[in-house]
Design a protein around this ligand. Structure first.
Ligand code: NDP
Length: 501
């Protein structure tokens, strides 16, 4: 297995790697084997102030660069990311643990976003519309909000950063980015790539440090007009409250409790494959991970057998090894949380079909591994059926019909992703209408978003905004209405309108 030199990271402010204003730092470990990968600064509010000053001055100039030219920088960014894809993917596997195939997929998502948002540089569409008055022209245009703050989680350390920073950059904003302390290496790499692609100094600034210090300082910083956050509900609610009282725009993407429905006419082989991929990919640490299966009672036993057999074939270990299918959990805290939920499930009366424990023997002894876990005979009220576990644990709930399955799917507080396996076209259309989630899959698992569609959830998953797709531009732009009167006289809207004129 390859190792990397321990990197001592610095903040990226005004186009330079700068020592933070504190000596405090923390180590970053590879969850596959506990090897130390990096030392990351625990910056403070002074570093956020320095980033804010750089961003304010850079943004004024950046907003005046024509959008197609801003887009050129993202296009070059995409090309450099493509060249460095394998390097980035391997580093991503090392800091986050996801298997190399998935890491390559995540980097590809960033590349796709670079090219997609580069295209937006020649669109950024507004509207033109007739005026109610003669010799008057009306339109609306997108204007950058100014300086934006992005706060990202460890589970998709490069993809989510690109979902947020690339639309912000193409729209003419400057960005202050606080990556998760667990996964700073993707931030180090991405900042370097944007710089190499020609992004002017100060347009992207990275401040490393804890959420409670750097994140909170970003919320308190007046010049930051938008906070775009992805992470847990607990932290998201706290951020929303603080931003609300400051009248600061906030976009939240939070947790999920994503369900798959398997009807009795489904292709069970396909359903089992889809469930396995959604439940155990990224070791279940995806916001869109499948953690509930509402299975028709007629096919419950067969699906259980198929899932257990397939789970037994999953190889667990260091994700850099191409033969491994399930990598480690991010850290020991994550392992404890998952084990706690498994214990809760058992005490609630759920039946454990497979897994259910930490794996720490032989080659796995220095890492953070948890066995892919399947519960059955779960009821909708159980905590393991309602709360986000964020690990490789999936619960089967028996249902009598389609209506009951949809009802159970919609009962949880989250609304990110859902799916149905069926061959009945009527159920397909009813499901896409009735499933109360921001993303719905038909005959596929709950994961696999594409970057040109809106990404996000209903209810407790978010606050109505979306990452990805054109919708992401709404977070990072203000609508400006522009009226051009070329009549040469004062015309008063609503007053000087002559009927039939
Ligand atoms: P956290 O909420 O713990 O952390 C997310 C980010 O917020 C980190 O950068 C963290 O910093 C920062 N943060 C922590 N406390 C504060 C604070 N008080 N103020 C400002 N920022 C703060 O989530 P995780 O990193 O553990 O990520 C897992 C969660 O993210 C899951 O719930 C998952 O469902 C959700 N998620 C949602 C997605 C979606 O699109 N809906 C996609 C991916 C994940 P630090 O950790 O460095 O202290």
């Amino acid at each position: 297995m390859e190792t990397t030199q321990v990197k001592k990271l610095k903040n990226f402010i005004n186009g330079e790697w700068k020592e933070p204003s504190t000596e405090k730092s923390t180590k970053v470990y590879n969850p596959a084997n506990s090897e130390t990968l990096a030392e990351v600064p625990l910056s403070n509010a002074r570093d956020v102030k320095a980033a804010a000053a750089a961003a304010v001055s850079a943004q004024k100039k950046w907003a005046l660069v024509p959008a197609p030219q801003r887009a050129e920088v993202l296009y070059k960014t995409g090309l450099i990311m493509k060249e460095k894809k394998e390097h980035l993917a391997r580093l991503l596997t090392m800091e986050n643990g996801k298997v190399i195939e998935e890491a390559r997929g995540e980097v590809q998502e960033g590349i796709d976003m670079a090219f997609y948002m580069a295209g937006e540089g020649r669109r950024l569409f507004g509207q033109t519309t007739p005026s109610e008055l003669k010799d008057k022209f009306a339109m609306s245009v997108r204007a950058p909000v100014g300086v934006v703050g992005i706060i990202t989680p460890w589970n998709f350390p490069i993809a989510i950063a690109t979902w947020k920073s690339f639309p912000a950059i193409v729209a003419g904003n400057a960005v202050i980015w606080k990556p998760a302390t667990e996964t700073p290496l993707m931030a180090f790499e991405l900042a370097g790539i944007l710089h190499e692609a020609g992004l002017p100094e100060g347009v992207l600034n990275v401040v490393f440090g804890s959420g409670s210090t750097v994140g909170e300082a970003m919320i308190e910083e007046d010049v930051i007009r938008v906070i775009s956050f992805t992470g847990s509900n607990e932290v998201g609610r706290n951020i929303a409250g603080k931003c609300g009282s400051r009248l600061k725009k906030v976009s939240l993407e939070m947790g999920g409790k994503n369900g798959v429905i398997v009807m009795d006419d489904a292709d069970l082989s396909l359903a089992a494959e889809g469930i396995l991929w959604s439940a155990f990919g990224t070791s279940g640490q995806r916001c869109t991970a499948c953690s509930r299966v509402m299975v028709h009672e007629n096919v419950k036993k067969e699906l259980e057998d198929r899932l257990v057999q397939a789970a037994a074939k999953l190889t667990i270990g260091n994700g850099l090894d191409e033969s491994i299918k399930v990598g480690p959990i991010i850290n020991r805290g994550g392992l404890e949380k998952i084990q706690n939920y498994v214990d809760i499930g058992k005490s609630e009366g759920a039946k454990l079909l497979t897994g259910g424990s930490v794996m720490d023997k032989g080659a796995l002894k220095n890492g953070c591994y948890f066995a892919p876990t399947i519960f059955t005979d779960v009821t909708p009220g159980m905590r393991i059926a309602r709360e986000e576990i964020f690990g490789p644990v999936v619960s089967l709930i028996s249902v009598k019909n389609f209506e009951e399955a949809v009802d159970i799917n919609n009962q949880v507080e989250f609304g990110l992703s859902s799916s149905i396996f069926t061959k009945d076209v009527n159920k397909v259309f009813a499901a896409q209408r009735d499933l109360d989630t921001g993303i719905v899959y038909i005959n596929a698992g709950t994961t696999g978003a594409e970057i040109h569609l809106p990404f996000g959830g209903t209810k407790g998953t978010g606050n109505g905004h979306r990452d990805s797709g054109v919708a992401a531009l709404d977070v990072f732009t203000e609508w400006k209405a522009v009226y051009v009167d070329f009549s040469g006289r004062l015309q008063r809207a609503q007053i000087d309108v002559e009927e039939g004129s």
